[in-house]
Design a protein around this ligand. Structure first.
Ligand SMILES: *Cc1c(COP(=O)(O)O)cnc(C)c1O
Ligand SMILES: [Zn+2]
Length: 413
């Protein structure tokens, strides 16, 4: 089991042994945080913690709670270790001195979700699970289906039938058993839990299985290695994350907490959650100042973050409140604009992927971050996932007859 020593409930604080529970806290259904053997991990050099020839999230194997490094030679071993860009045009446009964009679209199934699914499939193999299952707005399912296919693990995916066609195509191509639900994500989520119970599957649902955040936290480790170790900063890094269910932001917070706990960082980055105002349950709670997340009737074109009641809402809220960050709400209009802004520097994001950049612009306007603050924005998913939204952002191209005269007219008009 390496450094995995147990779980702590995020609501009541009760702790459990690794083999005592599988999903949430039996007392109050609180989400469980995985605890590592922090004493034993303290005081090491970064090189002692990093497998430097492993160019995937598995380079942080010493901090991931699974005991076997599986999937050699497969896409499961290429999830993570995504590039970080620092586009001069965006810095200038925003007036920021230090800006990084971490592009998660280069993951094997083209979204951030591969991090969770890779670790979850490794865990499934370890506990001998025959079938893994998840509810998904599309990306989590594609990631689970892809990572499972890589190591011959059977998978079942429940998704709303309105998921973008590209995501449904991925599910089918990766050979998952795909079940489209004639309702929203929240309903697919509930149904997947009932089916899990009925058939004894291993469930990856976000805000339910404690291992998803353990995969997602590896993005924080990469930010540490790619940005913090390379650029000593005068101020805490401000990290912008799009938020739906709230598990990515919770995972990133957990990653930085692990690093702080073992002495690899001394300053906690400020974490900013970005939601569409059409799906803003956690943003609303942030504004209310209370740790109470109330459901909304979600309606946003950013399908990956469209959720009525976020399943990891409490931890997601704390990621901002405990780090001196904040939540920002952005209209869908601004999300489309952000897709175009990122496109102009060669980064292609789906709506949820660009929501973090839209949130950064809003935070600068509102004075939540200043020009001297170092900033990192995550693009969580590829624009190819949702071509319809991309075309909405970009507008139409002109169509002309096939002659040079028409080209001339067009260029002069
Ligand atoms: C899932 C997802 C998010 C949001 O992650 P949560 O854990 O649901 O908050 C953001 N962007 C993309 C592209 C996603 O697929
Ligand atoms: Zn509890």
């Amino acid at each position: 089991m390496g450094s995995f020593v147990g779980y702590r409930c995020s609501v009541c604080g009760k702790t459990y042994q690794p083999d005592e529970v599988t999903y949430t806290c039996p007392e109050d259904n609180g989400i469980l945080d995985v605890m590592l053997d922090y004493e034993n991990l303290k005081g090491k050099e970064p090189a002692d913690l990093i497998l430097k020839d492993e160019f995937s999230l598995w380079r942080y194997f010493s901090l991931i709670p699974v005991s076997n490094l599986i999937g050699e030679g497969t896409t499961l071993r290429s999830a993570g270790w995504t590039p970080v860009f620092s586009p001069p045009q965006l810095k200038e446009k925003l007036g920021l001195k230090q800006l990084w964009v971490k592009d998660e679209s280069s993951n094997p199934t083209a979204s951030f979700k591969d991090r969770a699914s890779a670790v979850l499939v490794a865990r499934a193999k370890e506990i001998g699970a025959e079938v893994v299952v998840t509810a998904s707005t599309g990306n989590a399912g594609a990631a689970l289906a892809g990572m499972a296919a890589a190591v011959d693990q059977e998978s079942v995916i429940f998704a709303p039938k309105t998921a973008p066609p590209a995501k449904i195509a991925q599910l089918l191509i990766y050979g998952a058993r795909v079940i489209l639900v004639d309702d929203n994500y929240d309903a697919a989520y509930q149904l997947s839990l009932e089916a899990t119970e009925e058939y004894g599957w291993y469930n990856r649902n976000t805000g339910y299985n404690p291992f998803t955040a353990e995969g997602k936290k590896t993005a924080a480790f990469e930010i540490w290695e790619q940005v913090l170790l390379e650029n000593p900063l005068d101020r805490p890094l401000a990290v912008f994350v799009s938020v739906g269910d709230g598990n990515i932001i919770s995972g990133i917070h957990k990653g930085f907490k692990d690093l702080l706990e073992i002495g690899q960082i001394q300053t906690m980055p400020r974490i900013f959650g970005c939601q569409s105002t059409g799906s803003a349950a956690i943003y609303n709670a942030f504004l209310s100042g209370k740790e109470e997340i109330l459901p909304v009737a979600a309606d946003t074109l950013a399908d990956s973050i469209s959720v009525n009641l976020p399943s990891d809402g409490l931890r997601a809220l704390r990621a901002a409140t405990q780090t001196g960050g904040a939540y920002v709400g952005v209209e869908d209009e601004l999300i489309l604009q952000a897709i175009s802004d990122l496109g102009e520097v060669g980064i292609f994001a789906e709506p949820a992927g660009a929501t973090s950049y839209a949130g950064l612009k809003k935070a600068l306007e509102d004075g939540l971050v200043a020009e001297d603050d170092p900033v990192l924005v995550l693009n969580t998913g590829s624009g190819l996932k949702d071509v319809k939204a991309a075309r909405q952002a970009a507008g139409e191209a002109p169509v002309i007859p096939p002659d040079l005269e028409s080209v001339r007219k067009l260029l002069e008009s």
